[in-house]
Design a binder for this molecule. Structure first.
Ligand code: ZN
Length: 466
């Protein structure tokens, strides 16, 4: 009988199959493998292929030559991928035996029970559980010519999870479309949907699903919905005491515009949701226009943009103004129209919260200028700009060495912020209060406190850091 294999892609391309017996041996020696940063991936009677991330890792080659009495064939792989595989070492990993007669069709009418020992169901089951334990935010399922690559985003970084033979592509994609109640016969148009998955431990995971027709079939992205945010308060988001005070002061103003800026994935939504959570009282009428609604908060009136019927931010915002709101949250200021209505609302007795895609706080004013908003209009309505980024935190258990409770030495993220607030009656670039650390200074403070490291700051701030 053919031995089962775990199949992985290293360096994003080359496929390696690790035989089941070798995988079991690796699991038993996980401690040693982590210490030497090496992973045996293939062996014959005389040779052992050893994945390492650096040719200079002679220690690993020597020790494994000594233990195995075999000649070592080093295979150089990217450091992140090696660490990922070492972390994934577990006897529970699913193994696949490629079978050419595998039925590639899946019938939506077939009862669930008949699929119970289906490898695809097993694969997805394990994948979802892995996402829950590693706190992944997105799953990417990507059909390529030679392989079906599954990647996960954890704390903002995308990692390869598994690579399967491309013969599995259609079945995996169909299975997810079935779960999300999408039309599985429609493969030429993008679709979106959602579904819930309950693990054996009764944790429920809610996924938002998006499909995209591509050259090799359909790519699927699953975003894990965090419906029950654990914490929505400023201190745990990484604001300093002074920054938190400034933010709270701005939020208590009866009218004006508060902007949160940063690139995609910099945690702007969480800051906005935390602000709304802070403002959420029965005596306040809070309306939100979102695309999509990421977190549902009891007490808010949340609306979803629907481009299909022309319900965009501007139209929702115009309608909001006829709904007698106190506070309005606009997911994003994207164009001149939404900028104009947001500013008008902020000047007519409403507190307006929104986001802009700019790198730092000062650029927010320039961006509003570019959208056709005059300086005097900005001066009359803007009260605070918060620029932000997210940094991965060093695991407190192992101090960044890598352990069972963390992912590659990191666990969770914290924010760094730069605030620009109104001084006096109006907001002017020249007189706005910049008495706050820059993003870089905030980052350095977090390094000094041992919360994150230089490598992570360099990854996020890039050239600004150098
Ligand atoms: Zn750790």
């Amino acid at each position: 009988m053919k031995e089962k294999h775990a199949i992985f892609a290293l360096n994003h391309q080359q496929l390696y199959e690790i035989p089941h017996s070798l995988w079991q041996k690796n699991c038993a020696e996980k401690h040693l493998l982590l210490r030497y940063l090496a992973l045996p991936i293939k062996e014959t009677e005389r040779q052992l292929w050893l994945a390492i991330d650096d040719e200079a890792n002679l220690n690993a080659c020597e020790i494994f030559a000594f233990i195995s009495h075999k000649q070592i064939e080093p295979v150089i792989v990217a450091s992140e991928e090696l660490k990922f595989l070492l972390n994934a070492l577990s006897p529970e990993t699913t193994f696949y035996e490629e079978s050419p007669e595998l039925n590639l069709e899946i019938s939506p009418d077939e009862p669930e029970e008949t699929h119970l020992d289906d490898p695809i169901i097993q694969l997805l089951d394990n994948l979802f559980k892995f996402c829950l334990t590693e706190n992944a935010s997105d799953i990417h399922i990507e059909p390529h010519k030679q392989q079906l690559l599954i990647r996960l985003r954890i704390d903002g970084v995308l990692y390869p999870y598994k690579s399967l033979s491309s013969a599995f592509s259609r079945r995996v994609v169909s299975r997810i479309k079935l779960l999300a109640k999408l039309d599985i016969s429609e493969t030429r148009r993008p679709q979106d949907g959602q579904f819930s998955f309950t693990t054996a431990l009764a944790d429920t995971l809610d996924f938002r699903v998006s499909t995209l027709p591509i050259n090799e079939g359909e790519k699927v992205v699953l975003r894990l919905q965090k419906n029950k945010p654990t914490q929505l308060d400023f201190a745990t988001l990484g604001f300093t005491e002074k920054q938190g005070e400034t933010l709270r002061h701005a939020l208590t103003q009866p009218q004006g515009l508060i902007l949160v800026t940063g690139p995609t994935g910099s945690g702007k939504s969480i800051t906005l949701y935390s602000a709304l959570n802070y403002l959420n009282h029965p005596d306040k009428h809070i309306l939100t226009a979102e695309d999509p609604i990421e977190i549902e908060i009891e007490g808010l009136i949340q609306s979803q943009v629907n481009h299909g019927i022309g319900l965009d931010f501007s139209q929702l915002l115009r309608t909001f103004l006829r709904q007698d709101p106190d506070i309005i949250m606009l997911g994003e200021i994207r164009d001149e129209e939404s900028a104009r209505i947001a500013l008008r609302a902020a000047q007519t007795g409403h507190l307006v919260l929104s986001t802009l895609h700019t790198n730092d706080a000062l650029s927010a004013v320039e961006r509003l200028n570019q959208l056709g908003i005059q300086d005097y209009e900005i001066a009359n309505s803007l009260i605070l700009v918060v620029a932000q980024r997210l940094l991965r935190k060093i695991c407190p258990t192992c101090g960044g060495e890598g352990c069972q409770t963390c992912f590659q030495g990191y666990k969770g993220r914290t924010g760094i912020y730069q605030l620009l607030s109104r001084r006096g009656k109006s907001f002017k670039k020249t007189t706005a209060c910049l008495d706050y650390p820059s993003l870089l200074e905030s980052a350095k403070e977090k390094i000094a406190q041992g919360i994150t490291n230089e490598q992570e700051v360099g990854r996020i701030l890039g050239e600004e850091f150098l």
